[in-house]
Design a protein around this ligand. Structure first.
Ligand SMILES: [Zn+2]
Length: 343
């Protein structure tokens, strides 16, 4: 029975579309149902993948490490830290009979893509990038006095577009001025242009405690059957969406961009999050939505309105995209020179 469930989990991992390296595979890890979902014991997973496991605080938080990689989890929490970056899990880590347990969905869709990055097995390159400045036209987005979110998403998008072009990418925008673009049309434009990546840019706002809430959030599509980060554990509209085909690349792209934003800007880390935003649901390529900072926060908004800061943010996003590209593209094998022939 144990062998059967282990095989099932291995098959589930391989089914995701690519082989999983020994480091991330949990093929030897027994699974069991907890709260109606398949789970694994973190101690079993750590053993199978050569990670050391120890409590940071008994029955509250624990760390798994293998020298170069470090994972930190908290009991009864969806917040995890992977190599120093906050990532929200789909389900809380639970303590069961004294053992911390994690859902296999999180092993497959959150942990594995970071530890064993997805690859373009077909050899495809990451070249075309469509950037989506949030809002526009009659939709201003958040308003801070006379300042409107739509203006600052466009300014960041234009800066990012020019930096991407300078770095050799083929970059374009879903809107290049203050116009209405239907939400459904935005990922559709990216598809028509054959985009390899779709990056939507927004600025955030907090209703209450405006001046305390600040920092960066990077969103990717919630896996099927899981609860979105801001849904408080509720599972809403949870069927498989078009964008779920790219679950692993979505998460890995969000992770790389978020990591680059943290190191490039030194901003507060509000985590890689999951949502079923329309533009993420229907994107037919890896896609993320960046909430670059809070316009409702007095200090952060000053940065947002500063061209030098937006330049720095665009640089960080470019660095994240470049890091993603390096890991996902397969290295070219050395080919022997071929004599050109005419046909
Ligand atoms: Zn917005």
């Amino acid at each position: 029975m144990r062998a059967l469930v282990a095989t099932t989990l291995l098959l589930a991992l391989v089914w995701a579309g690519r082989p999983i390296s020994a480091a991330a595979a949990s093929g030897k890890v027994p699974t069991f149902a907890l709260f109606g979902r398949e789970h694994v014991r973190l101690a079993d997973w750590a053993k199978a993948n050569s990670f050391e496991i120890r409590w940071l605080k008994k029955d509250e938080s624990l760390q798994l490490s293998n020298g170069s990689l470090k994972l930190v989890f908290a009991i009864d929490s969806r917040q995890a830290e992977l190599n120093g970056v906050n990532i929200w899990l789909s389900h809380s880590v639970a303590l069961y009979n004294g053992s911390p347990c994690i859902s296999t969905l999180d092993v497959q869709t959150t942990i594995a893509p970071v530890l064993s990055p997805p690859k373009n097995w077909s050899g495809g390159k990451i070249k075309k990038i469509v950037i989506d400045p949030g809002h526009g036209g009659t939709d201003p987005g958040f308003q801070d006095g006379t300042r409107q979110e739509k203006k600052y998403t466009l300014l960041l998008a234009q800066e990012l577009c020019s930096q991407l072009k300078q770095a050799g990418f083929d970059a374009s925008l879903t809107r290049n001025n203050d116009m209405n673009v239907d939400r459904a049309l935005r990922p559709e434009l990216a598809k028509r242009r054959g985009a390899d990546l779709f990056i939507s840019l927004h600025w955030n706002s907090a209703g209450s405690s405006r001046n305390e809430v600040k920092g960066v959030e990077t969103y990717c599509l919630t896996p099927a059957g899981a609860s979105s980060t801001n849904a408080g554990g509720d599972v809403i509209n949870a069927g498989t969406k078009l964008g779920n085909r790219y679950n692993e690349k979505n998460l890995f792209l969000a992770y790389q961009i978020h990591k680059a934003l943290l190191s490039g800007l030194g901003v507060e880390d509000r985590g890689v999050r999951r949502a079923r935003f329309e533009i993420l649901r229907t994107a037919e390529m890896p896609a993320v939505l960046i909430e670059g900072g809070f316009m409702s926060n007095r200090t952060e908004s000053k940065h947002i309105y500063d061209p030098a800061y937006r330049k720095q943010m665009a640089r960080a996003i470019l660095n994240g995209i470049t890091a993603y590209k390096k890991q996902v593209e397969l290295l070219k094998e050395k080919s022997t020179p071929v004599t050109k022939t005419r046909s």
